[in-house]
Design a binder for this molecule. Structure first.
Ligand SMILES: [Fe+2]
Ligand SMILES: [Fe+2]
Length: 372
């Protein structure tokens, strides 16, 4: 336990001294192992103790305000779920899984755009002091550590490259073409992608605001963080899905290594969840200064942004429904000439887990991040 509240970027980016780096199938990934073989996530030497200290400070200073979390009813299963995925594998249909794992990797890589979020003079936006908090360290190492974790840094692969490796281990280096092409399809004219594009174009015309009283730059930063936190929280389901699928040696090669690698990615996500929910809860426990100088409770601002991200994910025409359509299109296309097409699809749909839905249209806004 530490009582150091202030860190420099180099400290927050520092990794442990590993006895052995993480190398699988000849590919170097981030993180490494201690002498007893335990995997330790990259850049957590000081980042973890710092986050824990900021959380203790927040709890003490706020009378125990709860950290932001996703309502339990919304921890939805990954689509296609484990049984659906295995139903396809059982029928020898492997390409959709290769594409889904590729898509997850590509989206993880997009996470690195967090390093371009600009906050401006954050202290000027709050009544209470912010020094010695997680929010004061976003641009002093926390965003950069997150970006490097997601898309790799220098000669070490990050989550993007790790998911591609999971795919290559499990499915024996399948040919997936251009990884970006599939993900760009979520934005393209077929399926729900067209709606995404249309609503993005619409919002270019008149930018819809979530909390119009506050500075636009700050609102953009907060909604990016609430959106990202929600994705990070829901990723828990993606990891357990992936471990069960790629870890099944009836269908996947190198099942142990593939599942182990998913476990390492899962471990790396924990500091992302914790620094984001700490930051957002620190803001929620404070008082915002609006553009006109008026004071706004942090609960008003953060709850509006959180609600916005929840609707973007689970609202009608939102990310969940868009991804379901995308994956289903892939599966249907793959089965087009399969002799048992109808029965495989019928079994596949029977196994579907109902997805939680917020019965309102999902909002759309320029810069809202894609999801998996
Ligand atoms: Fe990640
Ligand atoms: Fe992450």
């Amino acid at each position: 336990m530490t009582d150091q509240f202030t860190y420099g970027p180099d400290e927050l980016l520092a990794s442990h001294d590993y006895v052995e780096p993480l190398v699988l199938a000849g590919r170097r990934m981030h993180g490494g192992f201690t002498s007893d073989g335990t995997y330790v996530s990259p850049r957590t030497l000081n980042r973890w103790p710092a986050i824990e200290t900021w959380q203790r400070k927040l709890a003490a200073g706020s009378g125990g305000i709860p950290l932001l979390d996703c309502p339990p009813d919304f921890f939805a299963d990954f689509y296609p779920n484990v049984d659906q995925t295995k139903c396809l594998l059982e029928a020898g249909v492997r390409t959709p899984l290769a594409h889904v794992l590729t898509h997850i990797g590509t989206i993880e890589g997009f996470g690195s755009i967090i390093r371009f979020v600009e906050l401006g003079d954050l202290q000027a936006r709050f009544v209470e002091p912010i020094d010695g908090t997680a929010m004061a360290h976003l641009e002093r190492g926390l965003y950069e550590a997150h970006a490097r974790d997601e898309s790799g840094f220098e000669d070490e692969g990050g989550h993007q490259q790790m998911w591609y490796l999971v795919r290559d281990l499990a499915l024996d280096n399948p040919d997936v073409g251009d990884p970006l092409a599939l993900t760009m399809k979520t934005m393209a004219a077929d399926g729900d992608g067209g709606e995404v594009m249309a609503s993005m174009a619409q919002s270019l015309g008149g930018l819809s605001r979530v909390v119009p009283e506050i500075d636009l730059q700050l609102e953009t930063a907060i909604t990016r963080m609430t959106g990202l936190l929600l994705i990070e929280l829901l990723a828990a389901k993606t990891f357990s899905w992936a471990e069960q699928v790629v870890g099944d040696d009836r269908y996947c090669a190198s099942a142990d290594d593939a599942a182990r690698l998913v476990g390492y990615i899962r471990a790396d996500e924990a500091p992302h969840v914790e620094y984001l929910r700490t930051t957002l809860t620190e803001m929620r426990a404070r008082t915002f200064i609006a553009e006109n100088g008026q004071h706004l409770p942090g609960t008003t601002v953060i709850d509006a942004c959180w609600d916005y991200s929840m609707r973007a994910m689970f609202g009608l025409g939102g990310k969940r429904q868009g991804n379901r359509k995308l994956f289903l299109t892939l599966i249907e296309r793959e089965l087009e000439h399969h002799p048992r097409r109808a029965s495989i699809l019928a079994d596949f749909h029977d196994l579907e887990t109902p997805d939680p839905v917020i019965d309102e249209p999902a909002p759309a806004k320029v810069g809202s991040q894609p999801s998996y």
